[in-house]
Design a protein around this ligand. Structure first.
Ligand code: FEO
Ligand code: CA
Ligand code: CA
Length: 649
């Protein structure tokens, strides 16, 4: 989700991006020393240390490994109504908001806002995308299930004549609220590629919509805790729905992980009058919702149901191959504004999950399972996500990452600090991270691990609130309006990266921005073209050859469309980005996702046409339909190379 100024003010937004929720103490003396180090001496010092190979910190030390080459002609920076891909590529709109995907669902009618219809149609603002081959395990690249998150709805782009802000909340009817809830969640859609390219199978029995009405199970250490119980659920183990599903990930056993991000904006009422006041505040729940749902359902009013917000902000597992399966909210992975969840099978077969908390000055986390992955156990491996250790990251100026356990009874995570048990630690993971003095990052978005090198890439989209005295080595720019990407390097163990280790090293992979603008202090691995620089990285993905694809959210603040850039991570082309795709105006780019053969790239175009002054009547583009009266439609696009080759090669 974006917070750009060019979107209509005072509307669905990550309000807490403007008002960070992290009140924990400012930098300690050691931080100030680090600040001085990072600002005056870091570049010189870090380069020297990289040169001698003493630690993993450095400005783009060039790897020696052969890297895949980038073979496409870059597209220019632009800002217009269309989606752009390089010459020799074709972009086909595959799934649009409102397309019927459940048998019997009606065709899209932009003037009818029927929740039952929307619950059978592709949802709004698509974000995470993943391709699951059919049959399962086949590795097929021409037939599969697309799993897509629908992060949020934009009332002023959906409902004709709709204002924003308080007037919008007052104007929202029960029917409209139900429509919004049906536009949230996920879609699972069977897709096929034939001589005519990609198409959806609209009546497949595998197609599914998950919404705020879908029953889910809370599992793991916090399940059944008193703080998860409500009037509707005396067990504390059953929740209706998921929301603000941003990015995600997948598991080695064939399921999907979807991340509940900005859940604070759905709850009305007065948090101060509840026993959860401090917890609500730390999650940015202020009783100033962006949605009017609390008018129609007690559970979205924190005064009436103080525990309902505790049932959101988790990582949710969905089995895309079984439309009757009940999604699981895995509490062991902590509760915060999850952006994504990336799994790695460690060398010792334990499961490691990386996940970030996307808000200014929030943290990067990883989870390490107690048990080990068993390929023969199939879906039963899901319990690996219920028994393990959650860690939060501290990144020091000396180039070390220390992973600090969020374990009840250890360090400050005790009754003296208000934690009664592990459930409390997980429900209030942010406060636990504060007490452990984790590193406050510039909005952690997606995280991916390279299966070629074992290195882990952490995307920090921006933080324009970081003051000079808050600058640290890992977040090295004051008023960071460009974003950066940190590379974490696990130590090697038995010839493999040890993702379970307590200590990694880190280095600055890219500091985004225009290299010709001295104020930006941009860092790339070499010379980038005029189109190759970017800002505000968000979702990332590796392709089968190990290239890193970077999508952006917020580049229009710098006058350029959001889109997709790609780089190698090793060799001569390391951290030298090239521009592959540009969004229609108003949109951010999400996905990206590849078929196993790397010959199809799926991207999600989120909130097209939504800028300052845009609304249903006057969007800044009517992409992708370009028909009078038809609003712009958030859509998933399939991109193929005309010669049938690998994308980007
Ligand atoms: Fe939903 Fe952090 O982007
Ligand atoms: Ca995002
Ligand atoms: Ca990703």
């Amino acid at each position: 989700m974006t917070d750009r100024h060019y979107r209509t003010p005072v509307h669905i937004n990550n309000e807490d991006d403007n008002n960070p929720s992290n009140p924990s103490a400012g930098p300690a003396l050691s931080d100030l020393i680090r600040v001085r180090l990072s600002r005056r001496d870091a570049l010189k010092g870090l380069m020297a240390s990289a040169a001698i190979g003493a630690i993993g910190v450095g400005i783009n030390p060039r790897g020696a490994a052969a890297a895949p080459k980038l073979g496409f002609a870059e597209i220019p920076h632009a800002y217009d109504e269309n989606l752009h891909v390089p010459q020799g590529y074709t972009a086909k709109t595959l799934l649009r908001w409102g397309d019927p995907i459940i048998a019997g669902a009606p065709d899209f009618d932009p003037l009818k806002h029927d929740a039952a219809a929307q619950a059978g149609q592709f949802g709004y603002n698509c974000d995470f995308v993943h391709f699951c081959p059919l049959p399962e395990g086949s590795g097929a690249s021409d037939h599969g299930l697309l799993v897509v998150n629908h992060e949020y709805t934009d009332a002023h782009m959906i409902f004709p004549g709709f204002a924003d802000g308080k007037a919008a909340l007052e104007a929202t009817t029960a029917e409209m609220a139900a429509y919004e809830q049906a536009g949230h969640g996920l879609s699972v859609v069977e897709v096929k590629r034939d001589g005519n390219g990609w198409s959806a199978v609209p009546d497949s029995r595998l197609n599914r919509r998950i919404t705020l009405a879908t029953e889910m199970e809370l599992v793991g250490p916090a399940a059944g805790d008193a703080r998860l119980k409500t009037a509707a659920d005396a067990t504390g183990t059953r929740v209706l729905g998921t929301m603000n599903n941003c990015a995600g990930g997948w598991t080695p056993w064939g399921t999907i992980l979807t991340a509940e991000e900005n859940v604070h904006q759905y709850f009305g009422g007065d948090p101060e009058a509840t026993p959860e006041a401090a917890n609500a505040k730390r999650m940015g729940i202020k009783g100033e919702p962006s949605y009017a749902w609390g008018k129609f359902a007690d559970r979205f009013d924190i005064s009436k149901e103080p525990n309902e917000p505790n049932r959101f902000g988790w990582i949710v597992e969905v089995d895309p191959y079984d439309p009757a399966s009940m999604p699981k909210k895995h509490t062991a992975l902590g509760r915060f504004k999850h952006e994504a969840a990336t799994t790695v099978i460690n060398g010792d077969n334990r499961l490691v999950v990386y996940t970030g908390d996307d808000e200014r000055f929030e943290y990067v986390y990883k989870y390490v399972s107690s048990g080990t992955f068993d390929p023969a156990a199939g879906r039963a491996n899901s319990t690996l996500l219920d028994d393990g250790t959650l860690y939060v990251a501290k990144l020091d100026a000396d180039g070390n990452v220390t992973w600090l356990p969020l374990t009840f009874g250890e360090g400050p995570l005790t009754e003296a600090k208000g934690f009664k048990n592990q459930a409390d630690v997980l429900i209030e993971a942010r406060r636990a991270g504060d007490l452990l003095e984790a590193t406050k990052m510039d909005r952690p978005e997606d995280i991916e691990a390279s299966d070629k090198t074992g290195k882990v890439y952490v995307v920090l989209t921006k933080n324009d609130k970081r003051k000079a005295e808050q600058v640290d080595a890992a977040n090295a720019r004051e008023k960071n309006i460009w974003g950066h990407i940190v590379e974490m390097v696990p130590p090697m163990k038995d010839g493999r990266a040890d993702h379970a280790a307590d200590r990694f090293t880190w280095n600055a992979f890219i500091q985004a921005g225009n290299p010709k603008d001295p104020e930006a202090k941009a860092i790339y691995g070499g010379e980038v073209s005029d189109a190759g620089w970017f800002a505000n990285p968000d979702n990332i993905a590796f392709d089968a050859s190990g290239r890193l694809w970077i999508s952006t959210d917020g580049f229009p603040d710098h006058g350029v469309h959001d889109g997709l850039w790609v780089t190698e991570t090793e060799g001569e082309g390391r951290a030298v980005t090239r521009h592959f795709l540009g969004c229609p105006r108003g949109a951010e780019l999400c996905g990206p996702a590849f078929t196993p053969d790397g010959k199809t790239l799926f991207v999600a175009v989120q909130h097209p046409g939504d800028e300052d002054g845009s609304n249903f009547q006057n969007p800044s583009t009517r992409w992708p339909d370009f028909k009078d009266g038809m609003p712009p439609r958030p859509s998933v696009v399939a991109i193929t190379k005309d010669d049938g080759g690998e994308i980007g090669a």
